[in-house]
Design a protein around this ligand. Structure first.
Ligand code: AHG
Ligand code: MN
Ligand code: MN
Length: 286
């Protein structure tokens, strides 16, 4: 795991440089989900591939930007699923973006097979958060000469103050709209940039709140992909003492995608907000 972590630092430094210097225009292609690919999506994907494909403990890599699984070493222990550049629609306006990684046991591409997860935030500073299953997530920041130093562990309070509601409001269900309104009525403040990495990072470092991306009329299965986005953040939120569930109240970490690019409705938060969501949606535990 340590070797993978060392690679993530190099990936962070390389993609950070690419964001600052490369062409931000569109490539001529779409990815597996049908999104227009930016040249930067492709460059970032190639950088991650370059760094991860020389690790013998990696059996295969699966990218949001690649249609198929890419084999690396048949006898490797892990499959790494990643979104090389999350937030491609806001990189042109210079908002923070990120990369997300899920490190799965080979042969078990599911929430239960997720051993570790990490994300990188490319913001005014370069930061990295790493969660190994069973341990509290750690937060790192890069400093002089690209060296990363540990900041602190990441842990959520029982309740937060921030509300990051994703999805097109016009297509929210009445239940979801009423629930989001009730949080604002309670005093929650809107914090939504359109990049799940900085939005979730903010909730994690400020100690709590809710990020939601529900199933909507136009996207019944939500937008966020299980292997590259929802499950890695689910492990990070649970490891920080929070919760991560889908619209039926199932733990995201209990889910298994049928296809590598499957999406799921998802909710990440501290206990208070997720419990409130469950009661608004009529979900009963157990
Ligand atoms: P990507 O750039 O990898 O396609 O994903 C962006 C995601 C996520 O970061 C963000 O929370 C969500 O898309 C924003 O979606 P909306 O524009 O529908 O709010
Ligand atoms: Mn993404
Ligand atoms: Mn992406």
């Amino acid at each position: 795991m340590l070797t993978i972590f060392e690679k993530l630092k190099n990936i962070a430094l390389d993609i950070d440089k690419a964001i600052k210097n490369e062409d931000l225009g569109y490539s001529e292609h779409q990815n597996a989900t049908g999104d227009e690919q930016l040249k930067l999506d492709v460059v970032s994907d190639t950088l991650v591939e370059h760094h991860l494909s020389d690790l013998s403990l990696v059996q295969a890599i699966i990218s949001e930007e690649k249609e198929e699984i890419m084999p690396v070493n048949e006898s490797g222990k892990y499959v790494i699923c990643y979104d090389p550049l999350d937030g491609s629609s806001i990189v042109d306006v210079n908002l923070s973006v990120g990369s997300i990684f899920g490190i799965y046991e080979a042969g078990n591409l599911s929430g239960s097979g997720l051993r570790a997860a990490a994300y990188i935030v490319y913001g005014p500073r370069l930061e990295l958060v790493l969660a190994v299953r069973g341990r509290v997530p750690r937060h790192y920041r890069s400093g002089a000469r690209g060296l990363f130093s540990a900041r602190s562990s990441v842990s959520l309070n029982e309740k937060g103050k921030l509300n990051a509601p994703g999805g097109t409001q016009k297509y929210w269900s009445p239940t979801h709209k009423a629930f989001i309104d009730s949080l604002f009525a309670e005093g929650y403040r809107l914090r939504y940039s359109g990049g799940m990495v900085p939005d979730l990072h903010q909730i994690l470092l400020k100690g709590g709140g809710l990020f939601s991306y529900p199933g909507t009329q136009d996207k019944p299965k939500g937008k966020l992909r299980m292997l590259f986005e929802a499950l890695p953040f689910a492990l990070i939120f649970e490891s920080a003492g929070g919760q991560a569930i889908d619209q039926e109240g199932r733990r995201l970490l209990d889910l298994t995608p049928e296809h590598i690019h499957d999406t799921t409705p998802c909710f990440f938060g501290s206990d208070y907000e997720i419990d409130k969501l469950k009661s608004a949606y009529g979900i009963h535990d157990g």
